[in-house]
Design a protein around this ligand. Structure first.
Ligand code: PGA
Length: 240
């Protein structure tokens, strides 16, 4: 696992965007795995700038998002569908049909999860997978567990995730469940980039890098990946 530590968020975002630019330049029809949350926002801004400047195009790119809340209308201001439109998709040249996000409101969640895995499979391997990390070491919404997960599945969010994300749900209750790509799906990506900034992530990063490889800290599995890169700021790297 490669670890890069940056002095500020813009240097980190530029480096993350460089990985995307390299991937898309080498393979214009690349398959990208995308993340939501605060961590990727600066990187998305940099990708939007590069797309508007004509350096990169997403016209042939296919994307799969990691996760989506259950029981939240797709157009709710806190859905990850809305997040992705506002922070990336509405501002780049990606065709709407190339974008995939789980349906958190499917009548049959298991069938939706299987269908999502089939779509990923049909698109080929994910070339570049972007990740944030939870304060509890989760990636996607793969919460600390007894065993590493495989494909897409529905999960009850942990107390620490509810605590971390409920700040966004100012006028509605935060959903208790989400649908997430599994660890197996994430690990099949050719390259994985994990972004972590701020002191709140320091312990999770220490457990990821120095703790046992264990589903108790889901991100620790990235040490088994041949091309995983951690992009950190000094605060997130403070306990390494
Ligand atoms: P954050 O969330 O980027 O908003 O900190 C990351 C995560 O929970 O995976």
């Amino acid at each position: 696992m490669e670890i890069k530590v940056f002095e500020n968020d813009s240097d980190l975002a530029r480096c993350a965007a460089d990985y995307f630019e390299e991937t898309i330049t080498a393979k214009p029809d690349a398959v990208l795995g995308l993340a939501t949350g605060a961590s990727p926002v600066e990187t998305y801004k940099e990708l939007i700038r590069r797309c508007k400047a004509g350096r990169i195009s997403f016209k042939k790119v296919t994307t799969f998002n990691l996760d989506e809340y259950c029981d939240l209308p797709r157009d709710d201001k806190n859905s990850y569908y809305t997040f992705m439109r506002e922070n990336l998709f509405d501002k780049i040249d990606i065709p709407a049909e190339n974008v995939h996000i789980e349906d958190g409101n499917a009548a049959d969640p298991d069938a939706e999860c299987r269908a999502y895995d089939e779509k990923i499979k049909a698109a080929g391997r994910i070339d570049l997978q972007l990740l944030g990390i939870g304060t509890n070491g989760h990636i996607g919404f793969n919460e600390p567990a007894e065993a590493f997960t495989e494909g897409t599945f529905r999960i009850r969010l942990s107390e620490s995730t509810v605590k971390a994300n409920s700040r966004y749900f100012t006028d509605s209750a935060m959903p208790e469940y989400a649908v997430t790509m599994g660890i197996g799906s994430i690990m099949r990506a050719k390259r994985i980039l994990l972004i972590a900034t701020g002191a709140a992530k320091a312990e999770a990063i220490r457990n990821t890098v120095k703790g046992p490889i264990s589903p108790a800290c889901p991100a620790s599995v990235l040490r088994l990946h041949p091309d995983a890169v951690l992009l950190l700021d000094a605060e997130a790297a403070a306990l390494l």
